[in-house]
Design a protein around this ligand. Structure first.
Ligand code: D5M
Ligand code: FE
Ligand code: ZN
Length: 490
């Protein structure tokens, strides 16, 4: 890149950073393209004022990165770049390598990880030694004697590790491991085998201070509307709309409503069509376009000074494979055109509420499609004795510890991406927001607020059959000044 282009690139990044905007690796990657740099830079020069939209297109279909600012606050989104090439075996290999590298970085500097050694160098080790390995789990089985044998792999080889029943805490921790997750293991070497002494996840670093906004403002989570379903609870949603418009509630509740600045809508905006067999009889609106038009009608009632940040779920239109690109404009034109709407991909990483002297909050938003699997697959979560709808907070904490939204292969459909693994939780968010489970939950883990929205769809026939208890109409209300989160019932 020429010096001049390099300078322009720096100015773009400086512009964004100066406004508290997150500049992620994907965005930087885009800036490798001189055409993109020129295009964005020219827009900065034309109109560096608030309320601007920066947009750029690449060849082929319209792709858009949209940055909107309002006063000194900024929200940013990057759209996942859909890459339509046919996937080959090598793509899977590259994808797992990319994941390994990202997670290895989080483990490699941990003080516990002394004497880190590749698996190839351990296989023929004769002497007993204490070593650390960073590896992916490829197999797990209990022995007759109740020890756990785990096969691990890095890009140099494979080896078995024994978690002994004599170390009960460690064994319990190891039983929670799922296939394909990346872990750090401190162990003693044996003859072509390792004896585990401790186990580390990439995890969230301990944080001493909770980030708080200097001013009082609120963000709320309204997920799983399922508009179009016969079980969509319109009256309940209208009660919510009345409150957000300042027309209902006591004085205190009205005061809160007036200070709501962000609404997160993490997917299942509509019930969709053809999601499962026989779905037609569960639909009030059978036309997908009309479902989204109905959503637009409802969302337009929300005061336009509130940002609506919308990402897709497994009932929405478009591909199911994650990362799911932002909802297609072809189906959601009315929503896209709303000035206060930001459409993001699933998962997405967003910065909200930045101002001159506040960096804003980083929000990881993920619909939660993979969660059903982990509620069953993770021993300690499964044996917590509650249904997923009662323990989504444990699943979300599990994801934060693994720094991945679906560590086991095929627990969410995904498109392997040769360059990176977009489901890795690369940066530590302040808020981790999901939906999908149809029951609200609030928790926190090492300074990350864990929030799951509820739903606006009553209990479905299917949920009845599997014992899932939907709990519609509970809205998590996040006070950005105190970081307190309350559930409001509609
Ligand atoms: O999913 C809402 C909740 O219901 C979520 O926790 C999963 C559960 N659910 C829904 N459909 C199924 C099937 N087919 N198998 C297992 N669990 C399911 P939603 O995405 O809104 O349908
Ligand atoms: Fe849903
Ligand atoms: Zn869902």
């Amino acid at each position: 890149m020429s010096i001049e282009l390099d300078q322009k690139k720096k100015e773009i990044v400086g512009f964004l950073v100066g406004r508290g905007v997150l500049v992620n690796a994907d965005f930087l990657e885009k800036l490798q393209d001189p055409g993109v740099v020129e295009e964005i830079h020219s827009k900065l020069e034309q109109n560096p004022e608030p309320q601007q939209i920066i947009e750029f297109k690449k060849e082929g279909e319209t792709k858009k990165t949209e940055l909107k600012t309002e006063e000194s606050k900024v929200k940013v989104l990057w759209e996942y770049e859909t890459d339509y090439h046919k996937r080959k075996i090598q793509d899977f290999v590259n994808y797992f390598n990319a994941r390994y590298k990202l997670l290895e970085k989080m483990l490699i500097h941990r003080p516990e990880m002394q004497n880190i050694t590749s698996i190839a160098r351990l296989i023929n080790k004769q002497d007993k030694e204490t070593v650390s390995v960073i590896a992916m789990i490829t197999e797990k089985r209990m022995t007759k004697n109740d020890n756990l044998i785990v096969t691990i792999e890095d890009n140099t080889g494979q080896i078995n590790v024994i978690f002994s029943k004599n170390k009960q805490d460690l064994l319990a921790q190891a039983k929670d491991m799922v296939l394909d997750e990346v872990v750090g293991i401190v162990c003693a070497t044996g003859d072509n085998i390792l004896f585990a002494n401790s186990l580390l996840s990439p995890d969230i670093p301990l944080q001493t201070e909770l980030k708080k906004s200097p001013d009082e403002a609120y963000a709320i989570v309204v997920s799983d509307l399922h508009v179009g379903s016969i079980w969509f609870e319109r009256e309940r949603f209208e009660r919510f709309l009345k409150w957000i418009k300042g027309e209902a509630g006591n004085e205190e509740q009205k005061e809160v409503a007036s200070k709501v600045k962000y609404i997160f809508i993490p997917g299942d905006v509509v019930d969709g069509i053809g999601i499962y067999q026989g779905m037609e009889k569960h639909l009030d609106i059978t036309d997908i376009y009309k479902q989204y038009q109905e959503v637009a009608k409802l969302l337009k009632q929300i005061p336009s000074h509130i940002w609506l940040i919308i990402s897709p779920g497994n009932h929405d239109v478009g591909r199911m494979a994650e990362p799911q690109p932002a909802l297609s404009k072809d189906y959601t034109k009315e929503i896209w055109e709303m000035p206060n709407v930001i459409m993001t991909c699933n998962p997405s990483f967003i910065n909200i509420h930045a101002s001159e002297n506040f960096p804003g909050f980083n929000v990881l938003m993920y619909h939660g499609y993979s969660y059903d699997f982990y509620a069953e697959a993770v021993e300690s979560i499964k044996t917590s004795g509650r249904h997923l709808s009662e323990r989504v907070d444990l699943v979300m904490k599990f994801m934060l510890q693994r720094r991945h939204l679906a560590p086991s292969h095929a627990t969410s459909l995904y498109i392997p991406d040769a360059k990176t693994d977009p489901l890795v939780i690369e940066s530590v968010p302040d808020f981790f927001i999901s939906g999908h489970v149809h029951k609200a939950a609030v928790s926190s883990y090492r300074g990350v607020s864990i929030i799951c929205g509820s739903c606006w769809q009553g209990q479905t026939d299917f949920q009845d059959k599997v014992g899932h208890i939907a709990d519609p109409g509970k809205v998590p209300i996040i006070n950005l000044k105190t970081r307190q989160i309350k559930l409001m019932r509609f």
